[in-house]
Ligand binder design. Sequence first.
Ligand code: CMP
Length: 135
Amino acid sequence: AIEKTLSIIKPNAVKQKHVGEIISMLEQNNLRISQMRMLQLDNVQAKMFYQEHIGKSFFDELLNFMLSGEIVVLKLEGENAIARYRELMGATNPCDAKEGSIREKFGDKTDLTQNAVHGSDSKESAKRELALFFK
Ligand code: CMP
């Protein structure tokens, strides 16, 4: 089925000028970009976005990092887009991400918080996350 999912290019990848290469990878993999924004999160938005992680050991570090600079937020569409984008991203920890995946190429292998990109993990989270950024 055609699905929609949310991608975020995180502050480390923006600062390191990898936005273009990441967008190329999305396009080459037939993940169609239907909406896109560049913005800097505020504290309230970041807490809403990462509400499932509130209270976890890595939450404060994650929030600080996500507030630290501009991000690019994309709405992606395509057949089986949620799983296909997760495959293209690679594992959460860049050290475990398979060769050629976005996180393997652009994530910080010494810091899993700075893993270059985010992607929705289910239809329910895609719906919730897309609604936070796209009206
Ligand atoms: P993301 O897909 O954006 O979802 C939650 C983020 O928390 C994750 O990517 C990582 O950047 C960050 N994070 C930091 N430490 C951990 C951890 N131990 N487990 C999962 N996510 C972590």
